[in-house]
Design a protein around this ligand. Sequence first.
Ligand SMILES: N[C@@H](CCC(=O)N[C@@H](CS)C(=O)NCC(=O)O)C(=O)O
Length: 332
Amino acid sequence: MADTYRIYGSELSPYSVKVRSYFRYKRIPHEWLLRSAATEEEFQRHAKLPLIPLVVGPDGDARQDSTPIIEHFERLHPEPAIQPDDPTSAFLSALIEEYADEWGNKPMFHFRWTYPPDQDSAAERIARSMMPGVAEDAVMSAIGTIKTRMVPRLAFVGSSAATTDVIEGSFHRQLAILERHLETRPYLFGGRPALGDFGLYAQLYQCSTDPTPGAIMRAQAPRTLAWIARMLEPSPPTGGFEPWERLQPTLLPLLRDEIGHVFLPWSVANARALQAGEKTFAATLDGHPFSQETQKYHAKSLAALRAKYQAVADRGRLDAILTDADCLTALR
Ligand SMILES: N[C@@H](CCC(=O)N[C@@H](CS)C(=O)NCC(=O)O)C(=O)O
């Protein structure tokens, strides 16, 4: 169809399902294409980086990186808005999206590639989706190849025996906070999904499909699972965004205990190490030691977040909230 976009992705890629949910919510005509042998030629022709999602427009323009993709389409398709009109809430939603993309990916990647049942499950699903209809021995061999490629990547996200408690503690804390917050509302900011929902649901959806974190979620996080089900294909909005004052009692803990005490100290330490030319960095996150290889991309996205903070014209109320959440120093 003349106005149809093509999204190259995978059901096992959080950033791909994040963009797909956005297109579904906005009712933007699109085709969902698994990156596979059958689509590789077209993918290679359009992709600047070997990353999914890749969105190709009817006129052949190609976009990568989920946050700029969503920002671009938000300008073209402003309704229903995924950002509250109130600039303070809109920034907090962008902050949650950044946390989800950069830190929420750690529990997801850690559980998936650390524990053998999770490794087996994910590698098999990836192999079967990329190679539909091939002989069983070729699938088995691909499963081995995928595990050999993905497991060493745990080091890039900072997952190791020494950091397991911090990463898994963060996952449990997120779930406990979301269970309380989603008790009285369908989405993070009230009656309709915001940018923060798209980012955070996408990582936790992946966790829900993996054996180890999925079992934890089924035992402890029914409301989070129901929210994930809503976010997979969000319905047209029936309610509005809630004012911060109503969200604050149960959303401030996410901003403070996860973003202020864990994510931002980690992101600031990474950016400092990059600037100093250090290959690894160490930080104290919520009182626990954490170290990993320095990453360029995270520093770039912290700079983009700080620019969003600077772009809020009247920051009086926002600064008071960010102070309560122990986030302000990291954003200035
Ligand atoms: N910041 C990017 C991250 C995209 C990304 O990391 N994609 C992963 C899959 S979730 C990927 O394509 N990895 C390449 C590979 O596994 O070969 C975004 O938001 O789109």
